[in-house]
Design a protein around this ligand. Structure first.
Ligand code: PEP
Ligand code: MG
Length: 945
């Protein structure tokens, strides 16, 4: 965005007339390397078309669109003329804000400047400023408008708790980038304030990137609760926002009965009886000064006072007869303007202005082409999509284990073309009801088919959603306001799904996918399109994304594997794929969809990659792996209770990672030698306030009882940074992963750590307890935490306790020798260790595929850790995901790891994998891997072995 800085400003300029002033300005732009000399003519031509004086002593010369070719780089020069210049239209000008813009960036400057135009005494201040910052301050005013649009509305949330509604609204603002996590932390510490008519306000003034107003409403409105507004402002003049809120409070209809559009209209100050019309702006350079002037002229000619607002952005409606305000909208090509008026002649006035805008306000207009349409909708640049390369693996996210090779069947969703508007609401409502009934019958049939399986309950939820009265009501309301059945229905689905997505609870948020899934089913019925039919032969299903009902519909006799362009390992479709035992790889990116039907595709759910058209060598290797895998799975299950002993008699332990102690019996049944990582933060997250000692003790006791003498490695509370606890508000941090988290955070609240340690020691009694501290960076942190354990062990009888640290920060691996002298054990958290070593956020959507724990840099840190530990007779475990990776197991074993702690489900396979190795072979592989340069070299080596 183009912004003004003091360096752009020249004070004390003098010129005999406006032409000389313009020439000076043009020279300044040239000197700054922004323009070539030809641009000067562009500035003159523009003035010849019409004056660029904005008012209040400011003019904004800029070149004609034709002269943009003379702009080298976008920039501004501000020239102050203390004595003033008489412009060619007779106005007195003190400041020239001269703009060289390659596209429409100058609209932002314009928009900004128009906000200061009504400042009293501005012209004088501009003329007399003696300091560049003073002039800058005079030209700037923090906008008092807040983002408030469809995306900041969360309607019909399944809760009646004001705090939860406030939190959901705040979470949405964070997701939209308007606020930082610190805003949420501050907001939860305050109770929302009642405004009347069931409306509440939650306001916080820190951690705000952009002023914004969100509204969250409950699905069932109550007398004292119709909605919670969440206002994020930081030092702005909030008066206009409070006025907006007042519009909502004083409008007659109960909030629960208003659609998203109606709420935005009321917030914008449009009356309930206002006539509105939406119109897309098609002018090549947006609503710049000339078309804006024309617009104002047309508006002034109308009998009814007209208002104008942008559908996107802040919801404020401005008077269509004020030039500065119209310009201040900063409307760009492709954006939608809402024209409105009330009272007599409203309709004709609205139509006249809307038509003038449609016709270009004196400028030629061209319709938007589809790529522009997408760009306007998402505000993102469209990147060309590369296609996949035959026999070249494409890395993605492993969502369900297994290996498959079969021709691809690419599920291309049929286009659902429909009109947005319809004439006859009752006919549209009837069509919608029919489509819903049809969808209901389809779901009933699917539920029957899925009987006894995992998909049944999900499909039953879908059927339930179809009968949701609120959803139906929202759709009907939109239809009654003129929407077609398709548009009304999809709008209701989209609003409800967006509201779900904003919920802090991840499981509830995932229901958004179900809502969209069920919504698409009805939409397809309305549009009369049927889904593509898969081939009769076995195939790998390839799709952009898969809804749960798509997966449930799969014929498992023919589908060999699933690959999706979108999605993560925790999506419902991934969970279902695991339940169906289908190998799946997700998040493979849009390139995937360039695949032709019938191309042979390898789905490697173990390594998280796909290979199109594998070559004959790769196919042979795959075939061998497939056979081995099947045999391994059979044998693994049978031998799950046997120890994990290599062919040359080296035994390691294979334990389970758990977040919930209730799953301990299942882990033991799967052959786990103990719990190698209990993520105790899940116990804390399951409570709305810190669980007391008795509550925690009961949880830990459950695990010890089920383990029946097997060891429990409990990690102390690992929260903070990116995983905050509701009841433990933390200040905002720029880099949460590098902030107050893990043991650092616990040491700031020793009382919480002490309660946890007391509960662990008391629950253990004589049973084997291993306590480990997360995110320890050096000995000082370990000593501070260990001192607490030592103190408590003087009071509590717990004889079989070991105290260790997680190695997940490179510093602790590098200093393992000093730590090993004092700890009892190490457990390597490869998820974080990889993140910190490679500097790749472990959750990064695009980079996480490169965040590979088999990177030689990570392997070297593991080797150092094991070496240091063994030198002092300490044992080393591995509890990150790398321990479950079949390719990594021999390397880790070869590096000397003594214990593997893996997802409970993987315990039998990991044990079986170890039984197939010899320690010598493993050492050899580890040494080779350590000598390589990249993670892919390591993977290639291991694949070739
Ligand atoms: C790790 O970082 O590898 C680890 C096991 O801890 P978490 O995944 O819980 O951060
Ligand atoms: Mg970790």
């Amino acid at each position: 965005m183009l912004t003004l800085t003091p360096e752009d400003i020249r004070l004390g300029c003098q010129a005999a007339d406006w032409r000389e002033a313009l020439s000076l300005a043009s020279q300044e732009l040239e000197k700054a390397g922004r323009t070539t000399p030809e641009y000067h003519q562009g500035l003159l031509d523009r003035e010849n078309q019409s004056s660029t004086v904005l008012g209040n002593g400011i003019a904004i010369p800029h070149g004609t669109p034709d002269s943009r070719e003379y702009v080298r780089s976008t920039g501004i020069r501000v020239l102050q003329f203390p004595e003033g210049i008489t412009w060619h239209d007779g106005a007195k000008v003190h400041v020239l804000v001269t703009i060289a813009a390659q596209s429409d960036e100058h609209l932002d400057i314009l928009r900004h400047l128009t906000r200061v135009l009504d400042k009293p005494g501005l012209a004088e201040r501009l003329a007399n400023a003696t300091d560049r910052n003073e002039l800058l301050a005079a030209l700037s005013r923090t906008p008092a408008t807040a983002r408030c649009d469809r995306e900041t509305l969360l309607l019909g949330l399944p809760t009646t708790d004001t705090r939860e509604l406030a939190l959901s609204a705040a979470a949405r603002l964070q997701a939209l980038g308007c606020v930082e996590p610190g805003f949420i932390a501050g907001l939860v510490a305050q109770a929302p304030v009642a405004l009347g008519r069931g409306l509440w306000l939650a306001h916080f003034g820190e951690g705000v990137n952009q002023p914004a107003l969100a509204l969250a409403t409950p699905s069932k409105a109550q007398e004292n609760l119709s909605g919670v507004l969440c206002l994020a402002t930081q030092g702005e003049d909030t008066q206009p926002l409070l006025e907006q809120i007042d519009h909502l409070l004083t409008q007659p209809t109960p909030l629960g009965m208003l659609s998203a559009e109606a709420i935005l209209a009321r917030l914008a100050g449009e009356q309930a009886d206002a006539v509105t019309r939406e119109v897309r702006l098609l002018n090549a350079h947006g609503l710049h000064a000339r078309p804006a002037k024309q617009l104002v002229q047309v508006a002034r000619e109308q009998a009814a006072p007209l208002k104008l607002r942008l559908l996107e952005g802040d919801a404020q409606a401005i008077s269509a007869t004020s030039l500065t305000r119209v310009i201040s909208l900063g409307a760009r090509r492709g954006q939608t303007l809402v024209v409105s008026a009330s009272g007599e002649n409203a309709q004709t006035s609205v139509d006249a202005l809307a038509e003038a805008i449609e016709q270009g306000l004196g400028e030629p207009v061209t319709p938007l082409h589809s790529s522009e349409r997408e760009r306007t909708a998402t505000d993102q640049t469209v990147q060309p999509i590369q296609s996949l390369v035959p026999d070249e693996p494409l890395k993605a996210v492993a969502a369900s284990p297994g290996l498959a090779v079969a021709p691809a069947f690419v599920l291309r969703m049929p286009a659902m073309d429909y009109a947005d508007k319809a004439e006859d609401p009752s006919a549209e409502n009837q069509r919608l009801n029919q489509a819903i009934d049809e969808a209901f019958s389809q779901l009933e049939a699917l539920i029957k088919q899925a009987e006894g399986g995992e998909a049944g309950p999900i499909l039953a939820v879908h059927a339930e959603m179809l009968r949701d009265e609120d959803l139906h009501e929202a759709a009907t309301e939109a239809i009654d306001e003129g929407a077609s059945a398709e548009a009304g229905w999809w709008q209701a689905i989209d609003t409800a799904a967006s509201a779900q997505e904003a919920l802090a609870d991840r499981l509830l948020a995932e229901r958004a996918a179900d809502l969209r899934d069920v919504g698409r089913r009805v939409l397809a019925n309305l549009c009369g399109v049927s889904m593509p039919t898969p081939p009769d032969e076995p195939y790998v299903l390839v799709a952009d994304d898969l809804g749960p009902s798509d997966v449930a519909r799969l014929d498992t006799q023919r589908v060999r594997g699933l690959v999706t362009a979108k999605g993560g390992a925790t999506s419902h479709s991934a969970i279902l794929a695991r339940a169906l035992g289908l190998p799946a790889v997700v998040g493979a990116g849009e390139r995937l969809l360039t695949l032709d039907d019938g191309v042979e595709l390898v789905v490697d759910g173990e390594r998280g990659c796909i290979v199109p058209a594998p070559g004959s060598e790769r196919r042979e290797r795959l075939q061998r792996r497939l056979e081995q895998l099947e045999e391994l799975q059979r044998d693994a299950h049978e031998a799950r209770l046997e120890p994990a002993r290599t062919r040359d008699n080296h035994t390691v332990e294979v334990c389970a990672n758990l977040g919930n102690t209730a799953h301990t019996p299942e882990a033991v049944e799967r052959g786990a030698d103990g719990i190698g990582l209990l993520r105790t933060e899940f116990i804390f997250m399951a409570h709305s306030e810190a669980p007391d000692q008795a509550t925690q003790e009961a949880e830990y006791r459950k695990a010890f009882d089920a383990l029946d003498g097997l060891p429990l490695v409990a990690r102390t509370l690992d929260v903070g940074g990116d995983k905050p606890l509701d009841y433990w508000p933390l200040p905002a941090e720029d880099n949460p992963f590098l902030g107050l988290r893990g043991i650092r955070l616990s040491l700031t609240r020793p009382e919480i750590l002490e309660t946890q340690l007391r509960a662990l020691l008391s629950a253990a009694g004589e049973r084997p307890l291993r306590i480990m501290f997360p995110m320890v960076k050096d000995l000082a942190e370990f000593r501070a935490a260990k001192a607490l354990v030592d103190k408590l062990r003087e009071e509590i009888h717990a004889p079989d306790v070991q105290v260790g640290v997680m190695i997940e920060i490179p510093s602790s691996a590098l200093l393992a020798h000093s730590l090993a002298a004092e700890v009892d054990f190490f457990s390597i958290g490869t998820n974080d260790l990889t993140q910190y070593t490679l500097a790749i956020d472990r959750g990064h959507a695009e980079l996480s595929a490169e965040s590979d724990g088999l990177h030689p840099a990570v392997l070297r840190l593991i080797a150092m850790t094991v070496e240091a530990a063994h030198a002092q007779n300490r044992w080393v475990g591995i509890c990150g995901e790398l321990g479950s990776d079949p390719q990594a197991i021999p390397v880790l074993l070869g590096l000397g790891v003594d214990e593997f702690s893996v997802t409970s489900r993987r315990v039998p396979l990991v044990k079986a994998c170890i039984r197939n190795l010899t320690l010598d072979e493993a050492r050899d592989q580890a040494q080779k891997a350590l000598g390589l340069a990249t993670a892919s070299e390591v993977r290639e080596l291991l694949e070739a072995l």
